[in-house]
Design a protein around this ligand. Structure first.
Ligand SMILES: Nc1nc2c(c(=O)[nH]1)N(C=O)[C@@H](CNc1ccc(C(=O)N[C@@H](CCC(=O)O)C(=O)O)cc1)CN2
Ligand SMILES: Nc1ncnc2c1ncn2[C@@H]1O[C@H](COP(=O)(O)OP(=O)(O)OP(=O)(O)O)[C@@H](O)[C@H]1O
Length: 196
């Protein structure tokens, strides 16, 4: 049976994959500029990015990585999959990358075992809603990772980067393990989610 999450996921993945390269590139640039206006990111000392799967038209993180790392005091991390969760490994933009298990770029020389909780975590998404729910590829990697950071006592600020067609007006299904977003950035909007 196809769950409601799977149905939305399949539909939005297809729409996204059909974006033409110019719209993807210009949209990603606008999203980077907007995201860099978010104070929590602009002033962060440590940030975890994702390395985008550009063929799938995930929002390209390269322009944002350039903006954030222009200040060379910022520690930057990217995820590598370890067991059923993610590890944050230090990353510089000149580091060589290779395709991971699902085709996601990962640093060739991943230094794991870093316990630091990044102040800001930039997450990819297939779809999000205005209350901060997020759908990914459906394997729960980011949910497990973020809940693990909270168990360590961290309180990272979570920002999703999406194209505006991925920000839905209807609400996504909410499962008990879903970790909420703090902020959503599209080409046209910054949506902050207020949690009472
Ligand atoms: N760019 C990027 N990096 C990322 C993620 C991501 O969503 N995007 N991740 C987010 O978690 C983590 C990697 N996890 C991923 C999990 C599944 C798939 C994926 O494409 N799955 C296949 C199905 C694979 C299978 O069933 O064996 C698919 O959906 O087509 C990709 C990444 C960390 N790095
Ligand atoms: N904290 C957690 N502990 C144990 N299992 C979890 C946890 N979070 C998620 N899962 C499992 O992960 C699976 C996928 O969850 P979901 O469909 O919400 O993924 P997603 O948010 O779309 O994926 P991703 O986070 O990888 O981008 C679920 O079957 C769920 O049981």
């Amino acid at each position: 049976m196809v769950s409601r999450k799977d149905a939305i996921r399949n539909e939005l993945r297809n729409v996204r994959a059909s974006m033409n390269v110019n719209d993807w590139r210009s949209g990603s640039l606008l999203i980077a500029e907007k995201a860099f206006q978010v104070p929590e990111l602009r002033h962060a000392d440590s940030v975890m990015f994702y390395l985008s799967m550009n063929d799938r038209r995930e929002v390209d993180t390269a322009p944002l990585i350039n903006l954030v790392t222009a200040k060379d005091t910022v520690s930057t991390f990217v995820p590598v999959s370890c067991d059923r969760t993610l590890c944050a490994v230090p990353f510089s933009k000149s580091d060589p990358v290779v395709a991971g298990r699902f085709g996601q770029p990962e640093p060739l020389h991943a230094r794991t075992g870093i316990e630091e909780v990044p102040e800001v975590v930039i997450v990819p998404a297939v779809a999000v809603d205005r209350e901060g729910r997020r759908l990914g590829y459906g394997m729960g990697y980011y949910d497990r990772f973020i809940s693990g950071l909270r168990k360590k006592g961290g309180n990272p600020f979570i920002i999703a980067l999406v194209f505006s067609f991925q920000l839905l007006d209807s609400l996504l299904p909410d499962d008990p393990w879903d970790e909420g977003l703090d902020c959503i950035v599209t080409e046209t909007d910054v949506v902050r989610i207020y949690k009472p």
